[in-house]
Design a protein around this ligand. Structure first.
Ligand code: SAM
Length: 263
């Protein structure tokens, strides 16, 4: 893992995709393709050769003359373009985790489970060094590839294995934040007072209210303070010729986010 204080060897969101051989997005209207420098891309609009020195901001044409803009990947693009394994956290919930815990440059984060790795990569792109555990070896391999795609392979240590088996061996007070997105989160929460620095946060994402209650109980019994749970729900607004109102699409709820502090 890179030293977060050493800017020279850090691969950041600023450098990823700019003049290096990182994948980039080709965008035209609602079409969006993830490509690598040197790729040949076939579309219904013709064939497009991606130059080896492709850069964000470039405009490329297919052999039929249709133009695509070149973009580097940003945070929400990871959600759409990472190869999916464990259900990835949606961008708004990632925003809540980062906002509620204050994750910033130089922070050390313990994350479990990695899954697709969207949360781990997003925290690394915010400047944190992340140790993340994934017990499914194939998922862990995919997550490592996703970290490379997100430009944060050096900042995210994807460890294959059950985090519960390693907790006793982790150095006390070695993490600023612990993020949990697993069914066995209550058992991991027990270790939060040992693993977190004074004032550090634990953030637990739970899909069901039953598991959320177990997390809250575990956090209280562990002696964590400011234990707070919020449902994460958001209404999309629709604006059309007839008027403006919340979308009637029934997807707004994603889960429950419990935050607690070590103090
Ligand atoms: C919902 S996914 C996590 C998604 C992740 N937060 C993201 O944004 O992509 C949960 C993952 O945790 C893994 N997992 C569950 N319990 C675990 C444990 N005790 N140790 C390590 N990984 C675990 C599962 O295999 C699964 O891939």
């Amino acid at each position: 893992m890179s030293d977060p204080d050493d800017a020279d060897d850090e691969v950041t969101a600023e450098t990823a995709g700019e003049g290096d051989r990182s994948p980039v997005l080709l965008v035209r209207g609602d079409r969006e393709y993830l490509v690598e420098p040197g790729d040949e891309m076939g579309t219904d609009l013709g064939v497009l050769d991606v130059p080896e020195d492709v850069r964000p901001g470039d405009a490329l044409e297919t052999h039929l003359g249709d133009e695509f803009r070149v973009r580097r990947l940003r945070g929400p693009d990871l959600f759409h373009h990472f190869e999916r394994t464990g259900a990835p956290m949606v961008p708004r919930d990632i925003g809540l985790v980062i906002g509620e815990t204050g994750i910033a440059r130089g922070d050390r984060v313990l994350d479990a489970g990695t899954g697709t790795g969207v949360l781990a990569a997003s925290m690394a792109r915010a400047g944190a060094s992340v140790v993340t555990y994934e017990r499914d070896p194939e998922f862990a391999d995919v997550a490592r590839e996703n970290m490379a795609l997100g430009g944060v392979a050096d900042a995210v240590d994807v460890r294959t294995g059950d985090v519960l088996e390693d907790l006793d061996g982790l150095e006390p007070s070695s993490f600023d934040v612990c993020t949990l997105d697993t069914g066995d989160a209550p058992s991991i929460v027990d270790y939060a007072p040992t693993l977190l620095v004074d004032g550090g946060f634990v953030a637990v994402y739970s899909p069901f209210i039953e598991s959320t209650r177990e997390v809250v109980t575990a956090a209280r019994e562990a002696g964590l303070s400011n234990v707070t749970t919020r449902e994460t729900i958001q209404r999309e607004m629709q604006f059309d010729d007839r008027g403006s109102r919340p979308s009637t699409a029934p997807v707004g709820h994603t889960g429950y986010l419990t935050i607690a502090r070590n103090e």
